[in-house]
Design a protein around this ligand. Structure first.
Ligand code: SF4
Length: 439
């Protein structure tokens, strides 16, 4: 007999967290716990946290307070990267009952069965070096796109990053097991699968399989119409992967490639494993084979030692590069990283100004990319939600599209013509409808 019946989940952070929340939720549902909405007076709240943002702490506290307002008697369990990094800090938040680390979070059912652990706040977080297990999974029912976790952890230790400390060493399942998960997702209705992980290009690390083997095998899975590679390090995005995507009907022409800086001096200080020449050649190769490809870029402003001249190098590099949008992050000091010891810090105001400049550049890039796509036919996967009589979806190359709501089109790929984008970067679509045949 279960002592708790209803569980609600709250996820902060990245796609990987969403996928892991779904895996944990499915496990608990199979164990007999009902999954309910946050407002439906759950007995247990599971909060999956992120450590990347500056205010992880504030966000976590806010969600705990919100949960306690819904049910002051509820058990509150905090998991995720922030939980692994700062367990004691989280255990001190009033109302938190249990903090679980990177490995322990997958055993939450066992903790829920041991009644006594909830008498007071406690932590069950082992040192991250012990996190060796890979727990695969995918999200289902949370969003139209399904996020398939193919890899976890990272061995790179870039100077600014705490992710290896929160998630441990690079690990994955083998190709066969990962393909089996994709099949399971397809059988559950997944039309588009987003491959997620911490450093997914490092799939198969330490084995004789690699990411290229994985995508070739996934391409054969029946029922999945689209795969999106969420983000891949430029040094691992080989020419053969690019060529394969260009020839595949399923792998879409959308790439997200972290750059972090357009200055080789800063890339070296960041301990990144490539320089700008390699990055440029990857982008050019993609555009040569897939001229309409959408390319997103992560970039950090204000890393220690980033002088005005070095920032200008980044600005120029990005201005010249045929990329579609930037995700700009302002550098912030993180405990236990090597960057924190570098000195030569950039004043906060300067960091913020640089972020603003790059965001303006991103806006111009995105506008130009959308303008290139209008007037063309695109295949769009429409989502279930209705908003003001409209439905929304994405093209293969990640253009956001809207159309008057039609229930017939939900979760199907449909060919439309794009007209101009509005101020929020959503293109109106005109239907010259022919449903695109399933591959
Ligand atoms: S590759 Fe990505 S996850 Fe790994 S250390 Fe560098 S920034 Fe962090």
């Amino acid at each position: 007999m279960l002592q708790f019946k209803k569980v609600a989940y709250y996820t902060l952070g990245c796609k990987l967290n969403f996928s892991e929340t779904s895996t944990i939720a499915r496990g608990l549902t199979e164990a007999g716990y009902a999954r309910v909405k946050f407002e439906d007076s759950p007995d247990v709240f599971i909060i999956n946290t992120c450590s990347v943002t500056d205010n992880a702490d504030k966000k976590c506290r806010a969600v705990v307070r919100k949960a306690l307002r819904v049910n002051p008697e509820a058990v509150i369990i905090v998991i995720g990267c922030y939980a692994q990094l700062k367990p004691a800090e989280i255990a001190d938040i009033p109302g938190v009952n249990l903090v679980l680390g990177a490995e322990e979070k997958f055993n939450v059912a066992e903790y829920l069965e041991k009644e006594t652990v909830f008498e007071k706040s406690r932590t069950a977080v082992r040192e991250i070096k012990y996190a060796k297990q890979f727990v695969p999974g995918f999200s289902r029912g949370d969003r139209t796109r399904t996020f398939l976790k193919v890899q976890d952890g990272c061995n790179y230790f870039c100077a600014f990053c705490t992710i290896p400390l929160a998630r441990g060493r690079s690990r994955s399942a083998d190709v066969a097991a990962t393909v089996a998960k994709a099949r399971e997702a397809a059988e559950a209705g997944a039309v588009e699968i987003v491959l997620t992980g911490v450093n997914i290009g490092d799939f198969g690390h330490g084995t004789d399989e690699n990411f290229f083997d994985l995508i070739r095998a996934l391409d054969e899975v029946e029922g999945v119409e689209r795969y999106r590679i969420s983000s891949i390090e430029p040094n691992l995005l080989s020419d053969e992967i690019i060529a394969f995507c260009a020839n595949s009907r399923k792998f879409v022409p959308h790439f997200h490639i972290p750059l972090q800086s357009g200055s080789d001096t800063i890339l070296s200080a960041m301990r990144r494993r490539y320089r700008t020449d390699l990055y440029r050649s990857r982008v050019e190769r993609i555009k040569a084979l897939m001229p309409d490809a959408c390319i997103g870029v992560d970039v950090i402003t204000g890393f220690p030692g980033e002088s005005d001249a070095l920032f200008a190098e980044t600005q120029q590099f990005l201005t010249d590069l045929p990329v579609s949008y930037l995700h700009v992050f302002t550098y912030s000091e993180r405990p236990n990283t090597t960057a924190i010891r570098l000195g030569d810090t950039v004043p906060q105001e300067v960091r913020k100004d640089r972020t603003k400049l790059l965001r303006l550049l991103s806006h111009r890039k995105l506008k130009a990319f959308y303008a290139e796509q209008t007037g063309k036919a695109h295949e769009v996967l429409f989502e279930a939600e209705e908003d003001g009589g409209m439905m929304y979806g994405f093209t293969r190359n990640y253009v956001r599209v809207k159309l008057p709501y039609d229930a017939e089109l939900v979760n199907k790929t449909t060919e439309v013509y794009l007209s101009e984008a509005d101020r929020d970067f959503v293109c109106k679509a005109r239907r010259e409808i022919h449903a695109v045949p399933t591959i």
